[in-house]
Design a protein around this ligand. Structure first.
Ligand SMILES: O=C(O)CCC(=O)C(=O)O
Ligand SMILES: [Fe+2]
Length: 172
């Protein structure tokens, strides 16, 4: 990955969040901007070893529910290959976090390294006891929240970046 300067307005957020020490004293150098319309989500995944194992996300516009899943274990995979039954996504669901508009989520430790995360492609969310951070949110159990367009700023630190600038020119 090659380093490129962030726009000033994003650099400001990268520095502010980094000042909380969430990237081990390093300053975030990677920002992913995603837009989700109602009904859109992201498949369960791990963010992988390229990043410092803490991810910070600012949610803008709509709320969303970030779902966490137990990974399919190796033994489970072997068993599945033999008996062709799989655990469903619902079986593997561990907990969800409500990300409210204008909130900052800091995800690290086991929640980063041991679980998959994803967003269901839904137009609304029903708040159940599976929402682990409800006590620090404005919503309550039993609420149904309608999704609107959400823009997320996922701000991270990538330890290994190439500092060289390669000029790509057209041949005449
Ligand atoms: O948009 C989000 O809140 C999550 C995005 C995400 O998990 C990712 O880009 O790896
Ligand atoms: Fe992710």
């Amino acid at each position: 990955m090659m380093a490129e300067k962030l726009p000033d307005w994003l650099q400001m957020y990268a520095e502010r969040i980094s000042s909380y020490g969430v990237f081990g004293g390093n300053i975030a150098n990677h920002v992913l901007v995603n837009e989700y319309r109602p009904g859109e989500g992201i498949m369960p995944h791990e963010d992988g070893p390229m990043y410092f194992p803490t991810v910070t996300t600012i949610s803008l516009g709509s709320h969303t529910l970030l779902d966490f899943y137990h990974p399919v274990g190796r033994e489970q995979q072997r068993a599945d290959e033999q008996v062709t039954t799989c655990q469903t996504e619902q079986d593997r669901h561990f907990l969800s976090l409500l990300e409210e508009p204008r909130s900052l989520l800091v995800l690290s430790g086991d929640m980063y390294s041991c679980y998959l995360h994803g967003i269901r492609p839904a137009a609304s969310d029903f708040i159940t006891e599976n929402v682990a951070n409800i006590a620090s949110c404005d919503s309550r159990y039993g609420d149904t929240l309608t999704r609107e367009t959400r823009v997320s700023l996922t701000i991270r630190y990538v330890p290994k970046v190439l500092k060289t600038t390669i000029a790509l020119g057209r041949r005449k």
